[in-house]
Design a protein around this ligand. Structure first.
Ligand code: GP9
Ligand code: MN
Length: 721
């Protein structure tokens, strides 16, 4: 005991005690307060380990003070500040299920401001434990139970401790990156940064990014918008009169087909007996339907922001950023002119996004407010119990089924995007849901891709059946699209034989062609559907849809052009600068003939000039998009008729109550499906064969089991002791 006391009476000893206490407190808060989605022993270990590096780093500042009293005071000040940061995050998380971003701290004035009047309501009695360590430590010194070590501390030793902290952090980062590649490059979710690297690191990293983006914004002014507006003038493609307004006033239901590539359409997988099996029979039938405008040469254009980049493209006609995710970097603070805002302002649409994953993923919970999404149903609105979810969220069949209770409450016309997620790398699916034989390559990712794609196909079919049964179908346009590749370029050679290609001759051209994704506008009641062959990208989807809905886009900032327009530009930009046109495919420095796939080995002067022109056109489009996002240029330009939005007025909690209130106020004028169905839910029209949903038989058994245990419990109680 005295030995321990002697240690604690040294500066390093007291420092170590402070580190251990703060470390323990942080870890305790991780497990008690935040839902970080920790899975597996490695993640458990990283979570336990991650507070230590930044704690040692910050506390080591105190060791640099020569005078003892100053050093101890500094340690207490740092301890207090870090405790405040932790506690503020705890309170903020209780309300918003998210961590405090630096902009929130600065923008909302302070944490309490961000939380509004509810701060006290968020406090619980046990919160005292988050401060007791500080009081305890202070008490030890004030009551002289621990003596202040008056000896000076060597600067060299302080440097050694700081170096130790940096080394610990490097180890932490290496472990994290091996468990979650591209963690920092993509920064998809604040929860992930905290889970792997800790709250302190998250705050520093976020602060750095905020400072950088504020700098970009401060350097920009209205004149920067001129280059954008003149580009738009030159590139505007007037609507095709045969298509303009053909879906006017219909509901829009975007069905996001996760990681779905065009090659799956009409694909038949051969089994070991030589029999062929259609992977996605339902989607194929929609693709060929006379009520569908399908596209066979549509390319995804996403960067590291993957799903969220596709959302940026199709709802803003802007690209993601060259690095990281635009949603995470600028989504929470920028001004947008999104599809949600345009349709809300000009056509009175109500908008909603539905997704069976946490709202903080890709910073959607904040970005959607900036974009004017009226309702966002995230994981908190779905039954996410174990068994219902796969790696990235709710299983698709359950997701679509559970979504209809929200869909039916939306005033019509509505604009909604339903983001599926089961067909996501690494394509896991539980045995009970598997209804398709995997492929037989050496790569399980490829093999199972077909299995989860088939599952998605079935889920979409069930949802279509509901749309028909509930009557929503006739009055809607259903847009199906793949967000990006599912099989990465590094796996394509293994996939090649299944596509009838030789892995030996597989090249950059083949990789680029694999970036095709399906795009289908299914407009019930129309008969002129066909498979359109013009080339285009996701950036073209916004003007295309707006024109189908009868909304002019001349004044809007959209970098793409209407796919149906006679003036549509068929030059497709990849986020990495590659280009595809019907004539040429430019992959790095190589030029291929797009129709034949042949490499043009010795291009003529003319071809080289054309290549340069295409490269430049794409570079201009991408760099304008980057400056719009990085410098937040849309704050300088509001097209006529577009209502500006106040992101702070959006709230994604208690939405069902709010929707019910909205409909009640409308009374007989309510246009929600729920109201039109005589004030009854349509949810029981939904039919699914999902094994996860107990059928009628399962429900009966469940009921009897329940009754039996209740009875049993009562009898037990009756028994004399
Ligand atoms: C997560 C889902 C997947 O919510 O949208 O994102 P991805 O990894 O495809 O970008
Ligand atoms: Mn995705």
């Amino acid at each position: 005991m005295t030995k321990l006391k002697n240690i604690l009476n040294t500066r390093l000893g007291f420092f170590s005690l402070a580190v251990v206490l703060f470390w323990a407190k942080t870890y305790l808060s991780y497990t008690r307060e935040f839902s970080l989605g920790v899975t597996g022993a490695m993640q458990q270990f990283i979570l336990f380990f991650n507070p230590v590096a930044s704690t040692v780093l910050f506390f080591s500042i105190a060791l640099y003070f020569k005078k003892s009293k100053k050093a101890y005071t500094a340690l207490f000040v740092i301890y207090f500040l870090l405790s405040t940061l932790l506690f503020a995050n705890i309170l903020y998380y209780r309300e918003f299920s998210d961590f405090l971003a630096v902009t929130t701290m600065l923008g909302a004035g302070n944490v309490a401001g961000g939380l509004g009047a509810s701060t006290t309501a968020l406090l619980t009695a046990s919160d005292i434990f988050y401060w007791i360590d500080f009081v305890f430590l202070l008490g030890l010194v004030l009551t002289k139970k621990i003596k202040i070590d008056m000896r000076p501390y060597k600067k060299r030793s302080a440097i050694a401790i700081t170096t130790l902290a940096v080394t610990l952090f490097a180890g932490n980062l290496a472990l994290s990156e091996s468990n979650r590649p591209q963690l920092l490059a993509r920064t998809f979710d604040r929860n992930y940064i905290v889970k792997y690297l800790g709250i302190n690191f998250f705050t520093m990293y976020d602060g750095y990014q905020t400072a950088q983006s504020n700098q970009n914004k401060a350097n920009a002014d209205e004149s920067d918008m001129e280059a954008v507006l003149s580009y738009l003038d030159d590139h505007y493609a007037a609507p095709n009169p045969d298509m303009f307004g053909i879906a006017e006033n219909r509901n829009v239901i975007y069905l996001h087909l996760e990681s779905f590539q065009q090659f799956l359409i009409d694909y038949e997988l051969e089994d070991e007996n030589g029999e062929l099996h259609e992977v996605t029979p339902f989607l194929n039938s929609i693709y060929h339907d006379q009520q569908t405008q399908s596209f066979s040469n549509l390319f995804h254009q996403v960067g590291q922001g993957k799903t969220s980049d596709s959302e940026m493209l199709l709802e803003n006609s802007l690209f993601g950023l060259p690095q990281g995710g635009a949603f995470t970097q600028v989504g929470g603070s920028n001004t947008f002119e999104s599809a949600y805002q345009i349709l809300g302002s000009e056509k009175g649409y109500t908008s909603a996004v539905m997704h069976g994953n946490v709202g903080s993923f890709w910073n959607r919970n904040n970005t959607y407010k900036q974009m004017g999404v009226d309702y966002f149903f995230d994981a908190s609105y779905y039954d996410m119990s174990e068994g219902n979810t796969l790696e990235y969220g709710l299983k698709d069949k359950l997701f679509f089924k559970e979504s209809v209770q929200y869909l039916e409450q939306l005033p019509q016309p509505f604009y909604t995007k339903m983001i599926s997620v089961s067909n996501h790398f690494p394509y896991p699916l539980d045995e009970a849901n598997v209804d398709f034989k995997p492929a037989q390559t050496a790569d399980d990712t490829i093999n199972n891709y077909f299995v989860t794609a088939h599952y998605l196909d079935q889920a979409v079919e069930e949802f279509f059946n509901y749309l028909k049964d509930s009557g929503l179908y006739e009055n809607s346009v259903i847009v199906l699209y793949g967000d990006h590749y599912g099989i990465s370029n590094s796996r394509n050679k293994t996939l090649a034989p299944l596509l009838g290609e030789d892995p030996e001759t597989w090249d950059g051209y083949n990789n680029d062609m694999m970036q095709r994704i399906p795009l289908m506008y299914h407009i019930p009641g129309t008969t002129n559907g066909k498979i359109n062959e013009q080339f285009g990208g996701q950036v073209d989807m916004l003007p295309t849809l707006m024109h189908l809905l009868g909304v002019e886009t001349k004044d809007n900032v959209m970098l793409g052009t209407d796919l149906f327009s006679a003036d549509h530009d068929q030059t497709v930009a990849f986020r990495n600068g590659d280009v595809v046109t019907p004539k040429y495919t430019i992959n790095g420095s190589n030029i291929y003939d797009t129709a034949t796939g042949e490499l043009i080995e010795e291009p003529s002067e003319e071809v080289i000039a054309e290549k340069e022109k295409l490269k430049e056109a794409v570079a201009t489009q991408l760099s304008l998009s980057d400056s719009i996002l990085n410098s937040d240029l849309l704050r300088f330009y509001t097209p006529e008729g577009l209502k500006e939005i106040d992101p702070a007025s959006y709230d994604y909690q208690n939405q069902i109550e709010r929707l019910k209130a909205v409909n009640a106020e409308l009374g007989d004028k309510s246009t929600s499906l729920y109201h039109l169905n005589g004030g009854r839910s349509t949810a029981d029209l939904y039919k699914t064969n999902a094994p996860d949903v107990p059928g009628l038989r399962g429900q009966y058994i469940g009921f009897f089991v329940c009754c039996f245990s209740l009875l049993n419990g009562l009898l037990q109680k009756e028994k004399p002791m």
